[in-house]
Each structure stands twice: as structure tokens, then as C-alpha cells.
Design a protein around this ligand. Structure first.
Ligand code: FUB
Length: 304
């Protein structure tokens, strides 16, 4: 394969491209999408699989893209690298999530073994700086410290009362309150549990019309499932599968988001993989549609 890694052509270091269906980005491999909407712009933060025989999730940096119409995209200069977190000695840039609070942008990131960190910036496109100089959460912070892979995949949700929450996990889904400063855990770390909950990783919480939705990866190869609740901390009720990527990617990591009165389901698949297989992923976007009772329709994927 010959996907160029650097096509940054504009004087300001950005690269403009148009997406023609899925995957929306074809000049790089991208994974683990996390979207943030601000005014008329959708910001898309992703992980970055490498071209050329990457084996395992060996990712060195994260990427940031923006669009106002879901077709014309700007890629911004690389906003953050795993080496910006010197304590992340395992050196793998795993899934992250963006949150805006008090005029600042907080990027919660995970690393393969060293836990979850948080970086801050004044603008969505960065540059981002490690705030704590150490992890916000480590495997030891989780109850099942014997399960070494618990501490990945942060997801932030700021509730209507302004309370920020963090969800994360692998195998077990943890959650806790964040303090208003966004960089300290407030109180107890708890676990999500409900009938039919088979949690692999990639939690994401969103709210619509007073209903809270927890979407997450289940099984392996992964499908995205969802559950509904009346409160952010549950109890959640399992509601079913939203999508599965057919055979070309073991992982599947979703970001459901409302933008300009439509809901979108952003995820990744392995549809343009070359020699990387499951380790050469690409972000895709399809519509997310709700039924009248608030349940979500299975996502109609426009490309496999
Ligand atoms: O990209 C590395 C890991 O694979 C993520 O943290 C998981 O969600 C899965 O997509």
C-alpha cells in the first residue's frame, strides 16, 4: 500500500480534502473517533494507525479534523503525540475523548498500559499539553486491579446540572464524577452493571430528550451495543446492537453525535486495510436514527 502519511499542503499546515462516502478519510488510517460540536463546526479527534505492517495497536500520535458540512474537511497539524505524556512508557496512543469546560478543551487519552491522561488546550486544534504530568487514572485505581486492561477508553459526559462524569474501561465499565477543574476524580469509582451487559470497551454516554444512552463495544470481534437510562449513572437497560463491522476489523469504536439537527454515528472499520488487517482502521460516518419511543435504529452502514 502507499497511503502518504503527510499531505499537509496549506501555508498554515492544514490539509483540505473532501469525503466521498465511507471511509471519510482515505489518505491516512484513523481509528477511535471522538467528535465535539462547537457552533457550526464538528471537530473530529482520532487515533492514528500506521501504514506499513503495523502489528498491534502501535499508535504514535492522535489527529484532529474539522468540518462544517460533513463533506469538506480540514486536517490540522498533529495536535498531540504519545511522547507528550512521558509517563506513558508503553508508547501507544489509544482512544481518547474531548470535552469543553470553562473555555478550555480537555483531551482525555488512554495508553496501552499506563492508564488515562488528560491534556488541555485553548483551541480545539491544540496544541495540547499534559496537565498532570502523571495519569488521571491507572489500573490500580480500578477495583479489579488483577485485570490489567481496565484503564483505557475514557468518555466524558457533562450533565445538565454541569456535573462532569468520566466513564472508561476494558472488560469492566467504570465511572466516576470529575471535579469542576476536570483534572481530578471526585469521590468513589463505581462499576456499571446490568442484565445483558457484556462490556468489552469503548463506552460513550450521550443524552437526548432526557434519556441517557450508554453505547459500548461488546464481544470480540466487536459490535456496538447500547443501553438506556433515566439518569446518567443508571440503572441502564440493555437495548440491542447498533452495528457490527463485517470481518475487517476486530475493534469498533463509536461516537454518536448531534450536528446541525441530525444525529450521526461515527465509528471505524477496516475497509481500506492493506497489510495491517485489524490494525489499519478507517473512520466512517453514517446517520443515527431514533424511533418514536427513543430507542435507536440499527445503523445502516453505507460501506463495508
Ligand atoms: O485503538 C486502540 C484500542 O482499540 C482502543 O483504545 C479501543 O477502543 C480499540 O478500538
Amino acid at each position: 500500500g502507499g497511503v502518504p502519511q503527510s499531505l499537509l499542503t496549506e501555508a498554515d499546515g492544514t490539509y483540505k480534502f473532501r469525503s466521498n462516502g465511507n471511509p471519510i478519510i482515505t489518505h491516512k488510517f484513523t481509528a477511535d473517533p471522538a467528535a465535539l460540536v462547537e457552533n457550526d463546526t464538528l471537530w473530529l479527534f482520532t487515533g492514528h494507525d500506521y501504514e506499513g505492517g503495523q502489528k498491534g495497536y502501535k499508535m504514535k500520535d492522535w489527529l484532529v479534523f474539522s468540518t462544517t458540512d460533513m463533506q469538506n474537511w480540514t486536517e490540522h497539524p498533529v495536535p498531540m503525540q504519545i511522547t507528550d505524556f512521558p509517563w506513558a512508557t508503553s508508547g501507544d496512543a489509544y482512544a481518547g475523548h474531548l470535552a469543553k469546560r470553562n473555555g478550555k478543551y480537555y483531551w482525555y487519552i488512554s495508553t496501552n498500559w499506563n492508564g488515562i491522561g488528560v491534556a488541555v488546550a485553548d483551541k480545539p486544534q491544540g496544541p495540547y499539553k499534559d496537565v498532570l504530568g502523571k495519569p488521571l487514572l491507572t489500573n490500580e485505581d480500578c477495583f479489579a486491579s488483577s485485570h490489567a486492561w481496565t484503564c483505557i477508553d475514557p468518555a466524558i459526559f457533562i450533565d445538565k446540572d454541569d456535573q462532569p462524569w468520566i466513564f472508561w474501561g476494558n472488560g469492566v465499565c467504570y465511572y466516576a464524577k470529575l471535579k469542576d477543574n476536570m483534572i481530578e476524580i471526585d469521590g468513589e469509582i463505581k462499576k456499571i452493571d446490568f442484565e445483558g451487559f457484556e462490556f468489552t470497551e469503548a463506552p460513550w454516554v450521550h443524552e437526548r430528550n432526557g434519556t441517557y444512552y450508554l453505547t459500548y463495544a461488546t464481544g470480540f470481534p466487536e459490535k456496538i451495543a447500547y443501553a438506556m437510562a433515566d439518569r446518567v449513572d443508571g440503572p441502564y437497560e440493555y437495548k440491542g446492537i447498533l452495528n457490527e463491522v463485517a470481518g475487517n476489523s476486530n475493534t469498533n469504536h463509536q461516537s454518536p453525535i448531534e450536528f446541525k439537527n441530525d444525529w450521526y454515528f461515527i465509528y471505524h472499520n477496516g475497509s481500506i486495510q492493506t497489510d495491517g488487517g485489524s490494525y489499519s482502521r478507517s473512520v466512517c460516518i453514517d446517520k443515527l436514527e431514533y424511533n418514536a419511543d427513543g430507542t435507536i435504529k440499527r445503523v445502516q452502514m453505507t460501506t463495508e
